[in-house]
Design a protein around this ligand. Structure first.
Ligand code: GLA
Length: 384
């Protein structure tokens, strides 16, 4: 991330004096996929790629924003009717609006920003953007909003200004990340625990298919609807205490099998399995048992592919190559519909696996997957 480039373009656009600099990262997730909107557990960590923004209060009610990556400018007030056209600017506008809706009053500002989270790779570039501005505005205008609420502001931005009915994982990870630690979060109670993550003898690497499916957000929202419907049907059939699929066991789900479409049943079956896998992984991590972690990752991939149907040919291919190479764990990461696999690989297999994955993927799909080494890093912060 070239902070100097952002500062220079800020200065070219908006003149002196210099602004303040804030950053917020993307995230990985070891396990617990599509569990966050089902009241379940997730296991993310912030990464060393993210968004950086230079911001300066401008004493007006207006926001003037420059995207360094897109070389695009937007200007708006914080009135609902002033929603900007450009989708990138909606994220910033959404954060401002969600703050205003909560009774906070950020003032106008000038800003330039850029990021190095690969777009569409399932590493949450959008949460990084939301968290950067949520964190920065809260700090600069002394709004007194706690970090949980900042995460909810980012999430509500997705719901209300982007159209993705996401859970809280990405924004939470971006705000609460801690170098060298994964975080197990209970998305119902919002209790969380940091787990030091230094898997001795293993490496964690992402392979990016560079595939991004267009209808990902509507497909995502549809998955969520299936889950909410399944939970409701279980609740209404003898289990009034069920709030989310997190509360449902396979036995309870089987009781209502006839009342659910085949599709909704499969979606719910995946989530019920994933909830137990996250807990198995968190126990395994306490014992440094990475073989169990890896086994759970493969099971998650299988569920995401066959039952939740958010994988794709390219991701399944990379998962198969990982298996053939004896990689400890591998699975599609994030929402799915393209993006990355996350791989837990023994040191001595690492180079061989990468070489094989690149060559075989290129032979089949015409380009190599991109490789990102995972460095687990700190969450949102002011850096200058
Ligand atoms: C996206 C969403 C998250 C989560 C994941 C899947 O990243 O933003 O809330 O649901 O997909 O685990």
């Amino acid at each position: 991330m070239h902070i100097e480039v952002i500062k220079k373009q800020f200065n070219d656009k908006f003149g002196d004096p210099a602004g303040e600099v804030y950053a917020s990262p993307g995230r990985i997730n070891l396990i617990g996929e599509h569990t966050d909107y089902n009241g379940g557990f997730v296991f993310p960590g912030a990464i060393d790629k993210g968004m950086v923004a230079v911001i300066r209060r401008n004493g007006t009610g207006r926001v003037r924003a420059w995207s360094v990556d897109l070389q695009d400018y937007a200007e708006f007030t914080m009135e609902e009717s002033d929603r900007p056209e450009a989708s990138w600017a909606r994220y910033i506008f959404g954060v401002c609006r969600e703050m205003v809706k909560r009774g906070a009053q950020p003032g106008g500002f000038d800003t330039a920003f850029a990021g190095d989270v690969p777009l569409g790779a399932g590493m949450s570039s959008s949460a990084a953007l939301e968290s950067t501005y949520a964190f920065a505005l809260n700090d600069m205008f002394s709004l007194g909003i706690d970090k949980f609420e900042l995460a909810r502001i980012g999430q509500a931005t997705e719901h209300n200004y982007v159209g993705v009915k996401c859970g809280i994982m990405d924004q939470f990870a971006s705000l609460f990340g801690k170098a060298g630690h994964l975080i197990r979060l209970d998305t119902r109670s919002m209790e969380y625990k940091y787990f030091p993550f230094h898997p001795e003898g293993y490496r964690l690497v992402l392979l990016d298919t560079a595939v991004k499916h267009e209808l990902a957000s509507s497909a995502y929202n549809k998955r969520r609807e299936s889950c909410e419907h399944a939970a409701r049907v279980v609740r209404e059939n003898g289990h009034p205490g069920v709030e989310f699929l997190r509360d449902v066991t396979m036995d309870m789900l089987n009781e209502v099998k006839e009342k659910l479409s085949e599709e909704d049943f499969k979606r719910a079956e995946y989530v019920v399995g994933e909830t137990t896998r996250v807990l198995a992984v968190s126990d395994a991590l306490e014992r440094d048992d990475y073989e169990t972690v890896g086994r759970m990752m493969y099971l998650t991939h299988d569920g995401m592919s066959r039952l939740y149907e958010v994988s794709c040919e390219e991701l399944d291919f990379l998962n198969d190559v990982a298996k053939e190479c004896g990689v400890t764990g591998s699975r599609v990461m994030g929402g799915g519909f393209g993006g990355c696999t996350i791989n837990l690989v023994k040191e001595d297999l690492y180079e061989g696996f990468l070489a094989k994955a690149k060559a075989q993927f290129a032979a089949k799909f015409g380009h190599e997957p991109k490789v990102y080494e995972v460095v687990i890093s700190d969450g949102a912060r002011r850096i200058d």
